[in-house]
Design a protein around this ligand. Structure first.
Ligand code: FUC
Length: 825
């Protein structure tokens, strides 16, 4: 009690004395994280992660390494599925859904494993005796430089700590300094919830060697070593059995290196100790200043590609936690810019390409790379019925295509493991994955059948393979990923069956992720759900377009076209809504977080204000029915949907819902944002950060539906602003986009591939280098080909809402590869 009181006095006294003036790309606080993980600040280099608490007396770094997962190589197919499949389908077509579900739960649910967990390495603890009475406290995460800094004063000495997770040197580096010599004394130790052993050697090196946990009968097989080297400048260093003490140093650098035995999802033969030492022995040769400098350069290569300015206000000078608390009631556009850039920071920190002899990293999981629990929510694995895909929505548009590579690699690996699942469970060629996967690339069903019965995960993921190409036009890349794309399509060529009523080709058995109609709750698993139809439409389309671009597989293209024309069309139900199921069963009161049938609106581009106005309007009605406040990721998705629906103010309203504090008393349900800007499902789940980041980009620029559209969903509050460096499909860089009073005032576009550039803009612009011509007919640029969806069926009871479509101008200009074009008002 007494301690808390004096702590608040200290915090209070420290407020007016802030020396630093935090910049616009900083998260900052005037209090330590204490014991709260979601108050700590994340650093990461794609492979190593740390949550930094900034507690003066007891500093904690919670450590992660991306290959530390429970269990080991395993498969979870249920081979009984194959024999039961015809009966399950028959029961569904006879309307006996409850019986079908019962049989599926016996014959399709996994009898072995349901995915392993992502697990922590442990904690680096630094204990500073007598640092509990401090003044001038300040803590920040500078996302322009990827470094956390903590500073405070004890007994007239100013102490500063910095932490980075270095990409080029593959260590986490901690730098401790003081403004008077000989004042740094502390004890360092490693602790871990994992099975293992801690040691310290005479040279001032701490070591923990551990083994990951067991799950569902699979023994933990990831062996890992964490080594921490303490390098003191001045003073003394003394090692105990399990700790290292530093006395009266003037500065200290701690280097944290972690190695594991992981080689790939089926091979665990590396030497963890040798790996940890290899990184450490190289890093000790460098000063902290050069580690920092090299990491800033490696980080900024990506981060600096995009700059955003949505305006600023007085609120921008407040600590980040206060800004979040006040966001809904105040005016703080710069917090949206910070949140957008924080999403990019997180993606760079959690997902790195192959480099410096290191293989491509692991894809960002449900918590990116940051997890302190042995058994985290949903295993902190990969939920691929929305969450993993959402993690990568910002990758292309916010100019981080290299960060996409770990996901693309995971898809390639799933396309191999998933072949056996397709064959064993469904007698189909190609590959399949259900709604979850993990480090071991399992592709069978996970969890009870209500969640598990969804053979669409591989096909949805595969859209990322195509999307990456659609931004770069890189045919060498396309060729390397084509087998995965083709395999995902091949599965559905075999798996689709004709449903009896309309003779449409449908996916069966499947479900509309995690939802069931209230009036027919037994219809969990069924046939021809809207999202499935849309995903199959997309995987067939992208595969045939990839085949055409590569000049291959003409016969297969014919099959895809023929099957695609026989899919179930989208349907508009009696409330004017886009139907979620084959039957008109939607309930306008349903507030479920998954709105899977709007996949067609975003991330897909099957619905258009201009080409499919009825479907567009129906999607809007469905979204209105579901309401706004929901889990973090659901709100992140809604920002994108409202951006596609060209409603900037509603998209902004969803950002406001997302940027509301999650831990406030009396808050009813729904997600929000923790003080460290992490998204709250709740609990913490990183997808909402990424979803909202992509949504902010979508509000300002979209590239689909035949054109690059500028300011499609600008809210009233962002009248003036600029964004530089977004990417558009077809190899166009939006070098600069500036707007004044809601009008595009300056536009600079670089064309990397040449070809026709079609712009949809709210106002007239004049070209400096070329004339803009009014667009005629279809866009001839291949990357802007639009695919006609099947004609929708509209219920006779439906009254269709009138759509508020923005008035825009449509222009064309011819581009040459490598040239930049400027336009002004
Ligand atoms: C899906 C969602 C949950 C959660 C989990 C990780 O099952 O329905 O809301 O995000 O994934």
């Amino acid at each position: 009690m007494k301690k808390t009181f004096s702590f608040f006095i200290l915090v209070f006294l420290s407020i007016p004395t802030f020396a630093q003036q935090p910049g616009s790309l900083k998260l900052w606080y005037n209090k330590p994280a204490g014991n709260t993980w979601t108050d700590a600040l994340p650093v990461g280099n794609g492979r190593l992660g740390a949550m930094v608490y900034g507690n003066p007396e007891q500093e904690i770094l919670k450590l992660n390494e991306t290959s530390v997962w429970a269990g080991g190589p395993n498969r979870n197919d249920n081979p009984d599925a194959l024999a039961a499949l015809p009966e399950i389908r028959k029961l569904i077509f006879e309307g006996k859904h409850a019986e079908a579900q019962k049989l599926a739960s016996q014959k399709i649910e996994s009898k072995t494993t349901n995915g392993m967990m992502y697990q922590p390495v442990g904690n680096l603890n630094l204990r500073f005796a007598n640092h509990d009475s401090f003044t001038n406290y300040y803590r920040e995460l500078d996302i322009e430089k990827a470094v956390t800094t903590t500073s405070y004063t004890v007994d007239g000495v100013k102490y500063t700590r910095q932490v980075i997770a270095s990409v080029p040197d593959q260590v986490i580096a901690v730098r401790l300094t003081a403004d008077k010599p000989g004042k740094i004394s502390f004890t360092a130790s490693l602790s871990s919830p994992q099975k293992g052993k801690t040691m310290a050697d005479k040279s001032g090196k701490l070591m923990f060697s551990g083994i990951s946990g067991d799950k569902e009968g699979i023994k933990g097989q990831v062996a890992f070593n964490a080594h921490v080297k303490l390098l003191n400048e001045g003073g003394k260093i003394a090692s105990g059995d399990t700790s290292v003490a530093v006395e009266n140093a003037s500065a200290v650098t701690l280097l944290v290196s972690i190695g594991t035995n992981f080689v790939d999802y089926k091979t665990l033969t590396a030497d963890p100790q040798a790996k940890a030492d290899q990184y450490l022995n190289k890093a000790v040769k460098k000063s902290f200043a050069s580690l920092l400098k090299d990491n800033v350069a490696a980080y900024q290569k990506y981060f600096n590609r995009v700059k955003i300015d949505l305006g600023t206000s007085e609120a921008a000078s407040l600590p980040t936690d206060e800004r979040i608390a006040k966001f809904a009631s105040g005016n703080d556009p710069a917090l949206v810019s910070l949140y957008f850039q924080f999403g990019r920071y997180l993606l760079i920190s959690a997902s790195q390409p192959a480099q410096n002899g290191l293989p491509v990293g692991q894809a960002a999981n449900l918590q990116g790379i940051w997890n302190q629990q042995m058994s985290p929510p949903w295993g902190s694995k990969y939920t691929i019925n929305i969450n993993t895909e959402m993690n990568y929505w910002p990758a292309e548009v916010t100019n981080l295509t290299e960060m996409h590579d770990p996901l693309i690699q995971m898809i390639k690996e799933l396309s191999l493991t998933g072949q056996q699942t397709a064959k064993n469970m469904y007698g189909a060629k190609g590959w399949v994955a259900h709604h979850n996967t993990d480090l071991w690339r399992i592709t069978g069903p996970v969890d009870p059948i209500f969640y598990a019965m969804w053979p669409m995960g591989g096909a949805w993921l595969s859209q990322h393979v195509w999307e990456k190409y659609s931004y770069s036009g890189d045919k060498v890349y396309l060729k390397s990923v084509y087998p995965a794309l083709k395999g995902a399509a091949q599965f559905f060529v075999d798996f689709l069956v004709e449903e009896p009523s309309n003779k449409w080709l449908v996916v069966v058995p499947s479900m509309s992720p995690e939802n069931a109609p209230a009036s027919r709750p037994e219809i969990t698993i069924g046939a021809g759900h809207t999202m499935d139809n849309q995903i199959v439409f997309d995987i067939f389309t992208s595969t045939l377009r990839a085949a055409e671009a590569l000049g291959t597989d003409q016969e297969f293209v014919k099959i895809l076209k023929e099957k695609r024309s026989r899919l179930a069309p989208m349907q508009i139900g009696k409330f004017g809504q886009l139907q979620e199921w084959l039957q008109d069963l939607d309930n306008p009161e349903d507030k479920h977080r998954h709105i899977s049938h709007l996949y067609g609106l975003f991330p897909s581009h099957q619905l258009s204000a201009y080409r499919t106005p009825e479907l567009f309007s129906a999607a809007r009605t469905s979204l209105e029915h579901r309401g706004d406040v929901s889990t973090g990721w659901s709100m992140g998705w809604k920002v994108n949907w409202w951006a596609r629906l060209q409603d900037g103010n509603r998209a902004y309203k969803l950002i406001t819902d997302q940027l509301s504090p999650v831990n406030i008393a009396g808050k009813k349900g729904g997600g929000g944002t923790y003080t460290n800007l992490f998204d709250a499902h709740p609990p913490f789940q990183i997808d909402g950060n990424f979803g909202c980041t992509a949504g902010i980009a979508e509000m300002l620029m979209q590239s689909h539906d035949g054109a690059i559209q500028l300011l499609p969903a600008l809210p009233d509050g962002w009248k003036n602003g600029s964004i530089n460096g977004l990417r558009a499909r077809g190899g166009f860089d939006i070098v600069s986009l500036e707007w004044k009073e809601g009008k595009v005032s300056k536009l600079v576009i670089k064309s990397n591939l040449g070809g026709n550039c079609r712009l949809r803009i709210p106002n007239v612009l004049a070209g400096k280098d070329v004339d803009l011509k009014e667009a005629q007919g279809e866009n001839v640029n291949d990357f802007y080909q639009t695919e006609e969806v099947l004609k929708p069926i509209i219920s006779s009871a439906a009254t269709m809402g009138k759509l508020p479509v923005k008035e825009t101008r449509l222009y064309d200009f011819q581009t040459k590869p490598g040239r930049t074009y400027t336009f002004t008002l």
